[in-house]
Design a protein around this ligand. Structure first.
Ligand SMILES: Cc1ncc(COP(=O)(O)O)c(C=O)c1O
Length: 451
């Protein structure tokens, strides 16, 4: 490793960081992380922090998952790359596809399509949805519906269904034919409705209203995260996703569950769809599929789609999508072992238990600290606090205060993620109760300091 002076001098000088202004990164360079062990990371100055972010919602098994590391190393020796484009495949991807269709059988999934990450998975799911209708004799179904506040990556299709202007405005024009429904976000919504069940009904009515307005025969799919993540952790009422499924069925619209964050245990269930008892048509996965150790993803495809594509004799069912790294043998080897470890450790159970402790702890902080306007969570290890300067007007806290909160929490040995007014917490699913309590203490002290 280069020495710390070199790293600090060159930090953010020669690279542009995702989701950040290049000038801001140069003025306020990012934390340089140089090590990881268990659920903790170490920075260039040797400070150790509990990783309340879990990498980026992906390091579910922590930084010391040796079986996954060993699988990657040994696959690099055996076969570091071969393509899965028509005509060739590899042993690992065959094994992984078998495991994944078994793992997601309760969601009704039958087939996989491999990608290099979450945005790729979303793009493939959107493309397959349109193609399904063309193969199935309804070529007019080309539009997509999604939720405001939803996050679906940054490829152009994904950005078009994203529900946050930050990822859209500077890249317009995006895909035509994408329309957004209010999210079931009780703290702020156009209906001024704070009751989760009533809000769910209102959002479902808005969805149906939009479908009728657009013409159901023009709509290919509705895409949603079972619990909205990057938009600020917004768990809907339990009636919401089943209600979406029902409406989609009524109007012949496919349901795409974007499970890039929620698959593999984060919500306390094995998937967000399973948490809500819903069988989607397509599921987008990535992130924790390899514990973040290798860029990889999988789109899961249900039997309805499988039947239509596989019985097609017109040629329209041929898949005209694919990435050089679709089914990368090293990623597949990592995912096989990661899935085994995930199941062996039953990480969804720890996620549920530690998740409730974290959520309860955040609610306790809310009763002590004025800056916290809203606390969201209660389903596994995905929680958020929304920081406000005024509880009545819900005016968001100023950037400087939020940045001081981040710095003070960092100094106390906990890494958190700031996104607008939201503090987002998504630690590894193997985190211990004492680590959760250290995170809460660090944030408690940080709030007290910046008061
Ligand atoms: C729900 C969801 N979909 C898609 C993506 C995009 O994934 P990636 O960043 O791997 O492209 C993300 C990333 O956070 C996500 O949270």
């Amino acid at each position: 490793m280069k020495d710390s002076n070199f790293l600090k001098e060159n930090n953010a000088r020669h690279l542009w960081h995702p989701m950040a202004h290049p000038a801001e990164m140069q003025a306020k360079p990012p934390a340089i992380i140089t090590g990881g062990e268990g659920c903790s990371i170490t920075d260039v100055d040797g400070n150790e922090l509990i990783d309340g972010v879990g990498g980026l919602w992906n390091v579910n098994l922590g930084y010391s998952c040796d079986p996954v590391k060993a699988a990657i190393a040994s696959q690099l020796d055996q076969l570091p790359y071969y393509s899965t484009f028509r005509g060739t495949t590899n042993d690992k991807v065959i094994e992984l596809s078998y495991m994944l269709q078994e793992f997601f059988a309760p969601e009704g999934m039958k087939r996989c399509f491999f990608t290099s990450g979450g945005s790729d998975s979303v793009e493939i799911a959107l493309r397959l949805a349109r193609q399904f209708h063309k193969v199935n004799g309804e070529p007019g179904r080309i539009k997509f519906l999604s939720l405001k506040k939803g996050y679906h990556g940054t490829h152009t299709g994904g950005a078009s269904v994203n529900g946050n202007a930050n990822f859209r405005t500077q890249y317009e024009p995006l895909l035509p034919g994408c329309y957004h429904i209010p999210a079931p976000y009780t703290y702020r919504n156009p209906f001024n409705e704070a009751d989760p069940e009533k809000l769910s009904a209102l959002c479902l009515a808005a969805l149906e209203n939009e479908i009728v307005f657009q013409g159901p025969e023009t709509i290919a799919a509705f895409i949603m995260e079972p619990i909205l993540g990057a938009g600020g952790v917004i768990p809907p009422h339990k009636s919401f996703m089943p209600g979406v499924r029902k409406i989609c069925d009524e109007y012949g619209i496919l349901l795409i569950a974007d499970e890039v964050i929620t698959a593999f245990g984060r919500t306390g269930a094995w998937s967000g769809s399973r948490l809500w008892g819903v069988k989607p048509d397509l599921m987008c996965t990535a992130k924790a599929i390899t514990n973040g150790y290798f860029p990889f993803g999988a789109v899961m495809i249900n039997d309805t789609l499988a039947d239509v594509f596989e019985s097609d004799t017109s040629g329209k069912g041929a898949i005209g999508s694919g990435y050089t790294y679709s089914g990368h043998p090293v990623g597949a080897a990592a995912a096989i072992v990661c899935l085994r470890e995930t199941e062996k450790l039953q990480v969804h159970q720890n996620a549920a238990e530690r998740g409730l402790e974290l959520y309860q702890g955040l609610l306790d902080l809310k009763s002590k600290h004025e800056l916290i306007g809203d606390v969201r969570g209660g389903h596994g290890l995905m929680c958020a606090m929304e920081l406000v300067s005024n509880h009545d007007t819900k005016e968001v806290a100023d950037k400087e205060t939020i940045s001081r909160f981040y710095q003070e929490t960092y100094k106390r040995g906990t890494m958190i993620r700031i996104s607008g007014p939201n503090v987002i917490l998504s630690p590894p699913l193997v985190i211990s109760a004492s680590e959760v309590s250290s995170m809460l203490n660090a944030m408690d002290d940080a709030f007290a300091t910046i008061k």
